[in-house]
Write a protein that binds this ligand. Structure first.
Ligand SMILES: [Ca+2]
Length: 278
């Protein structure tokens, strides 16, 4: 009882019995645990490329280039975009048109179109893009013969009613709409970019058959237009895109009632691809 009581008293006072103290003493010539490196200095060893050997640890206080060290394959990247080595540390930098987020490594596009200053001239519409913006002014096609168009919204044109006997007029698009998309580079494909659906006027029978197709643009080979359900078609990006580039693709939806052509609608899709993967 007494011995137990003495042990308890020693523990309470935080004292270590002499035999345990000896075990904890370092043997002569044995290195102890190194103190942690001072903040902002890195003392890690570095593997020499291709040799499997480790360089001697640089003395603490010598700068290690974290950007090079973590830029090697197989290691997680320190920064979403650029890594800038600084004495004893590093910082991340984002390209022009992007801001660095609170995590210090991610980049976010600046939406210039919400800026209180008007960045686009009067009569044009601002479209935000990755790293910049575009000022666009969608124009209706010029009329010819008995076909003419009127702008019904900033992004839509409608054909004026055709004379009853004019078949060529009825085969011109009934509506032309304009769509602008901003994409990063190297998106994983296939991916749906755009959907197009029919809407019947209230009280009137809608089309009972639809056909979709790509009818124009500067890069038709990158896209596939396909039906996604009875009333909807979708535009798929089939090939990976690398920016900066601007692509245009015109898609058509034709409406049929009992196999008889009723009207077609064209959507002109413009895609701004940013130079970066974000
Ligand atoms: Ca932007």
């Amino acid at each position: 009882m007494r011995a137990g009581g003495a042990d308890a008293a020693l523990q309470l006072r935080g004292r270590i019995p002499p035999e345990r103290r000896r075990r904890r003493q370092r043997l002569p010539g044995t290195p102890g645990r190194s103190p942690p490196p001072p903040r902002g200095r890195v003392c890690a060893g570095e593997r020499l490329p291709g040799r499997g050997l480790r360089k001697a640890r640089p003395p603490c206080g010598l700068d290690v280039n974290e950007c090079e060290l973590y830029g090697q394959e197989g290691r997680s990247r320190l920064c979403m975009h650029a890594c800038v080595n600084t004495p004893g540390s590093y910082r991340c930098a984002c390209p022009s048109g992007y801001r660095t987020l609170a995590d210090g490594k991610s980049c976010e596009d600046v939406d210039e179109c919400v800026s209180p200053q008007h960045v686009c001239p009067r009569g044009t519409v601002c479209i935000n893009t990755g790293g910049g913006f575009q000022c666009v002014s969608p124009e209706c096609p010029e009329g010819s013969g008995n076909v003419s168009y009127v702008k019904t919204s900033p992004f839509q044109c409608e054909r004026n009613p055709c004379p009853m006997d004019s078949r060529p007029c009825r085969h011109m698009p009934k509506t032309i709409s304009f769509h602008y998309l901003s994409l990063p580079s190297n998106l994983k494909t296939p991916i749906t970019l755009f959907r197009m659906a029919t809407a019947s006027a209230p009280g009137r029978p809608g089309p009972n058959s639809l056909r979709f197709g790509i009818v124009g643009g500067n890069s038709r080979g990158h896209f596939v237009m396909q039906r996604s359900d009875r009333q909807t078609g979708e535009l798929l990006l089939a090939q990976t895109l690398e920016g900066p580039q601007t692509l245009e693709v015109d898609v058509d939806m034709s409406e049929y009632l009992d196999r008889s052509f009723q009207a077609n609608h064209v959507s002109k899709v413009t895609i701004f691809v940013s130079p970066y993967d974000f």
